[in-house]
Design a protein around this ligand. Structure first.
Ligand code: SF4
Ligand code: SF4
Length: 453
């Protein structure tokens, strides 16, 4: 197992603020496309409705999850767990192949941190200006720059918080309540809490989350092997580094430190692989730019595996990756099958507890029930409702036609002749619903006068 050193920060940045310099280049373009796409998805998906229903909504009040036109109940929670397991294996495969590219390119913590750094650069200027600003005293210009930065951070954090909560409470309701100044104190508090968390995470704590709070930084070495592509500085080519390449034995590194200045976690990758590196590729882009300007080949810092460094064959697709892919295919296959064949109907039976039984004009003793039925399949369905006992008579609607996602509350009576032999009558009864796809049932109790002791 490859051991990854924990910290080797640039000495000037230890215990201090990290002033990140934004850079341009191949990997930054890829990162922006991925993070821009994901961010757009996050902000827009909550607003998309299908047949009047928000397409992604974790509705805790009715214990239902609406997912792209499908309805899931707590019984389907194992499906969600399964999809999360597939996601985790995908992450392992990605880490084994290309180290922490998930962290650098797609993790929400990084994406939001980059946005906050961009806002900081727009409002307070580039890295050098920000350092100068921090060493100078306060004046009106500095104060207005700070106010602008923190206001934009706060606005973006609030927008993020409202959207996030909009996946648990219909987002249009939240928006209407805000517009009509009718927001409840509870909702206001939730928005405030998540906005604060976003603000602190992406604005103030930043790379410390990746280094100290995210467990991934610690166990990543388990997933690395000699074929894993890591961000690596070519020591042989770069050293000895010299600011002006006057000496004949100078390496290609001109010690400009741009690779350190652009690093969002503030490390110097020239010290070797470190656990704080989130594989964002910013140092590659910065160094490639320097090398191009120096008319030297690019790639002084690059994604390379240990085996490649030693000139050995190093395929990305290897047995370990094939094993991950096989696991993903098998679990996904099972989940898709389970999803298509998942429970089509949920029946809840609520027995009337006010009146144990009533007698009707036909000389029968009846118990009263409320049935809550919900079609949670991916299609409209019809069901025939009945009882599992032929000794009892069910009074109520026997044919149910439910649209996909439709929920109905229906009243039923279960009756038996008043003089029936109670020893033959069941005390436990099952309400059944059946169609050509299967049968569903829910247990309840039946009480006759003689059964009271
Ligand atoms: S950016 Fe490249 S040349 Fe500049 S210090 Fe880093 S490795 Fe050396
Ligand atoms: S060392 Fe390079 S790849 Fe790693 S986090 Fe810093 S800039 Fe990104």
């Amino acid at each position: 197992m490859q051991q990854i050193p924990v910290h080797q920060h640039d000495p000037k940045q230890v215990d201090g603020k990290i002033y990140v310099r934004l850079t341009e280049g191949h990997f930054q373009q890829i990162r922006r496309v991925i993070s821009g796409g994901l961010m757009l998805m996050f902000f827009l998906t909550a607003w998309i409705n299908l047949d009047g229903q928000q397409i992604v909504l974790f509705d805790f009040s009715s214990r239902r999850l609406h997912l792209f036109g499908m309805l899931m109940s707590p019984k389907d929670i194992y499906l969600l767990a399964g999809f999360m397991i597939v996601g985790a294996i995908l992450l392992f495969a990605l880490a084994s192949a290309y180290s922490r590219v998930w962290c650098g390119f797609a993790c929400p913590q990084s994406i939001w941190t980059w946005v906050f750094i961009r806002i900081e650069t727009i409002t307070e200027g580039r890295r050098n200006n920000r350092i100068k600003d921090d060493t100078k005293g306060w004046n009106t210009a500095k104060l207005s720059r700070r106010i602008a930065k923190h206001s934009l951070w706060a606005a973006f954090a609030t927008l993020t918080s409202m959207t996030f909560i909009g996946y648990f409470v219909p987002i249009r309701e939240i928006a209407n309540d805000i517009i009509s100044l009718n927001l409840s104190l509870e909702m206001f508090s939730w928005i405030l809490i998540f906005a604060l968390l976003t603000y602190v995470n992406a604005g103030l704590v930043r790379e410390k989350v990746c280094a100290h709070m995210c467990p991934y930084a610690r166990f990543q070495s388990v997933m690395f092997d000699p074929d894993t592509r890591n961000i690596s500085y070519d020591v042989e080519r770069g050293e000895p580094r010299h600011k002006n390449r006057s000496s004949n034995d100078s390496g290609d590194c001109i010690d400009c430190k741009l690779c350190v200045h652009v690093c969002p976690t503030g490390i110097d990758i020239r010290q070797g692989l470190q656990s704080d590196c989130i594989s964002c590729g910013a140092c590659i882009d910065a160094c490639d730019d320097v090398m191009t300007r120096m008319r030297r080949p690019t790639g002084l810092i690059r994604f390379i595996s240990e085996n490649q460094e030693q000139g050995k064959a190093s395929p990305v697709l290897r047995p370990r990756i094939y094993a991950y892919i096989a696991a993903i295919v098998m679990i996904s296959g099972y989940l898709i099958w389970a999803f298509v064949n998942k429970e089509a109907l949920i029946i809840d039976v609520i027995r009337d507890r006010q009146t144990l039984f009533v007698t009707n004009g036909a000389g029968e003793v009846c118990n009263e029930y409320k049935l809550i039925v919900e079609n949670v399949s991916i299609a409209n369905n019809s069901f025939t409702l009945g009882l599992d006992s032929t000794l009892l008579r069910l009074e109520g609607k026997s044919q149910l036609n439910l649209q996909q996602g439709q929920r109905d509350e229906l009243n039923y009576r279960v009756c038996a002749p008043v003089n029936a032999d109670t020893s033959l009558l069941p005390r436990q009864i099952n309400f059944t619903a059946a169609n050509s796809a299967g049968q569903w049932q829910q247990l309840s109790s039946f009480i006759m006068p003689q059964q009271r002791r």
